[in-house]
Design a protein around this ligand. Structure first.
Ligand code: FAD
Length: 289
């Protein structure tokens, strides 16, 4: 590691001031499970490291009209928090499939999103739930829909002086969501492909399995976690028949933009997107019936 100046502010305004001063030469520190590895490998050589952990409210989870998840909430908090387990079980489930307990005790939701890996596992379920990111910088606060947050591999819409403070998830009892992650082994592995699906059904429509709204979000098969919008269009406002589901899954696979890498070939990933999308939609359709 190269020498750097370490800051440990207790307020957001102090933190954003340091970020504004150092610009692209500063990095925030949350759990450090991505940052410290990159620094040790000399991939990132910040001149300033800004520890966010002393800003207390960034670790809150609260629910009202919507769920608010502080950026410093750890993955293990997500697995355990009664509010999340009761109202958004898909988030607890997705977090439980990430890393192992030791890493989950350190790693934060905000760090997972800001690291902007195409395989960040919190992203697909949060995008499926229509989440928004609240970010604060030297010039004030803005809210970014999470499906616009990722701009490329390792890149996000955050300006160098901005901090992700919390994630807002709308509360809607008519929405159900699920997530599947394909990995080589059951723990400590990065997704080969993942799919999150959310379905919105009005109670009156449950009998004929009509889907009022749908989101299909693919992970690890494109430069950014992405919505399969053409596949969504096939289902939106329609009855969830098996044929329609199969068609949507085929289209989702065509929309994916996978690459070949150590974890799997582009061909395999595309095939898996179709399988994972179809399985989830069929299972969710059955639950509606
Ligand atoms: C063994 C192991 C297994 C893993 N398994 C998985 C897995 O299964 N799935 C998966 O998705 N990931 C996995 N990861 C990756 C990693 O744990 C996650 O991405 C983690 O959530 C990152 O959070 P963090 O708090 O540690 O971030 P940090 O390492 O502290 O930060 C990551 C990046 O985000 C920036 N940042 C952090 N917080 C903020 C903020 N609030 N505002 C602005 N910028 C911020 C930092 O400056 C840095 O650039 C694994 C990592 C390890 C070491």
């Amino acid at each position: 590691m190269k020498p750097f100046t370490y800051f440990s502010p207790t307020t957001l305004s102090d933190a954003t001031r340091v970020l504004a001063d150092y610009g692209a030469d500063a990095r925030c520190l949350a759990g450090g499970t991505d940052l410290l590895i990159r620094m040790k490998r000399h991939q990132w050589l910040p001149r300033a490291v800004v520890n966010l952990k002393r800003i207390p409210w960034l670790r809150d989870v609260a629910i009202n009209a919507e769920l608010r998840i502080g950026a410093l909430v750890t993955l293990q908090d997500l697995v355990r928090a009664p509010i999340i387990r009761e109202h958004f079980p898909v988030l607890a489930y997705a977090a439980s499939k990430m890393a192992g307990v030791q890493v989950r005790n350190l790693a934060t939701v905000g760090g997972n999103l800001c690291n902007a890996s195409p395989a960040a596992d919190t992203a697909p379920p949060l995008i499926a739930l229509n989440a928004r990111a609240v970010v604060v910088g030297a010039r004030g606060e803005r809210v970014i829909p999470l499906d616009e947050f990722f701009t490329g591999v390792g890149k996000s819409a955050l300006a160098p002086d901005e901090i992700l403070c919390e994630i807002l998830v709308p509360r809607d009892d008519a929405v159900r969501a699920s997530f599947i992650k394909l990995e080589h082994r059951e723990a400590m592995d990065i997704s080969i492909a993942s799919v999150a699906v959310s379905l919105r059904n009005q109670k009156s429509e449950i009998k004929n399995q009509k889907c009022e709204d749908v989101r299909i979000v693919l992970g690890a098969v494109a430069p950014v976690p992405m919505r399969a919008r053409q596949a969504e269009e096939i289902l939106r406002g329609k009855e969830l028949t098996e044929e329609r589901i199969r068609q949507a899954a085929r289209v989702a696979a065509r929309e994916a933009q996978p690459i070949d890498d150590v974890r799997g070939s582009a061909w395999y990933r595309r095939e898996m997107v179709e399988v994972l999308t179809r399985r989830q939609l069929i299972a969710m359709g059955k639950n509606v019936a």
